[in-house]
Design a protein around this ligand. Structure first.
Ligand SMILES: [Ca+2]
Ligand SMILES: [Ca+2]
Length: 283
């Protein structure tokens, strides 16, 4: 993490912490604030908009608080199980899981997905996790856009805002197509020993096979610390997997009748009469 990311997180920590640490509730509010920035369309977050987001956190109109997703993120950061995070712990968690090596990031995704904590991922865990993230993501987008609509600092400066709000409601209401089939297919690809589960080793080798939603999840969590990512999802909110391209229609040539060979003496030789030979030849 660079200095500006550290300063940004330190400032948020200062605002949300009590007595020098974050409990699960205040950690959730910090996550909400950080994640909300991904859905703004302002180049720089003004004090006014920051104030609006913090108000929304305090009024609990942003999603995430007391959800299993946030609880698992908190547990990952709170590795010594103290129920509290100091600034150092918070920075260390962000550094490790979101700014660390690719294998650290994959481990973060694995732990979030392993809902029963048995060290293996099943299709239903992947599915449940991605559905949870999907619902959270669209709810966050929707809540932030509604907040912008009522914000004095933003003041209706985007004619597209109402359309975006409508789009997020539709995506929330839609049955997810991100998951189900996609999950089963990807799990099958990643599960190289075919035992029906993905182990950590299989997962670590699977970076290019994971559903798109995992990439979006990482990008949005990195956005908590990286101010260059403010508004990263504003233009393109949907995280649905693209529908698979229809199979190209291959023109199968009609099976042509085999060309008739000429009638030969051979035909005659195998039959007792010319008539029988001709009949067989014509069949
Ligand atoms: Ca599991
Ligand atoms: Ca396996």
């Amino acid at each position: 993490m660079d200095t500006s990311a550290i300063d940004h997180v330190t400032e948020m920590f200062g605002y949300h912490s009590t007595d020098g640490s974050l409990d699960e509730r205040s950690f959730s509010q910090l996550l909400q604030e950080g994640l909300a920035y991904s859905f703004l369309n302002v180049p720089v977050v003004s004090t006014e908009i920051k104030g609006d987001i913090r108000c929304a956190c305090a009024r609990m109109v942003l999603p995430g608080h007391a959800t299993p997703l946030f609880a698992r993120v908190f547990q990952l950061f709170d590795d010594s199980d103290k129920g509290k995070l100091t600034l150092d712990k918070l920075l260390a968690g962000l550094e490790q899981f979101l700014f660390g090596s690719w294998s650290d990031k994959l481990q973060f995704l694995f732990c979030l997905t392993d809902l029963n904590g048995d060290g293996l991922l099943s299709t239903s865990e992947m599915e449940e996790f991605l559905q949870e993230f999907r619902a959270f993501y669209y709810s966050m987008a929707h809540a932030v856009l509604l907040m912008l609509q009522g914000s004095k600092g933003f003041g209706g400066s985007d004619p597209q805002l109402e359309i975006r709000i409508e789009v997020t409601s539709c995506l929330l209401a839609e049955r997810p197509r991100t998951v189900s089939n996609e999950c089963a297919r990807k799990l099958h690809e990643v599960d190289t020993n075919n035992d029906g589960y993905v182990s950590e080793e299989e997962w670590a080798a699977a970076e290019f096979l994971l559903p798109v939603a995992y990439g979006v999840l990482l990008a949005s969590f990195v956005g908590i610390a990286d101010q260059a990512r403010v508004g990263q999802f504003y233009e393109q909110i949907s995280i649905e997997e693209p529908s698979p391209e229809p199979e190209p229609i291959v023109e199968v040539p009609l099976e042509l009748e085999p060309e008739r060979r000429p009638f030969t003496l051979e035909d005659l030789r195998n039959f007792t009469s010319f008539k029988k030979a001709v009949l067989t030849f014509q069949r």
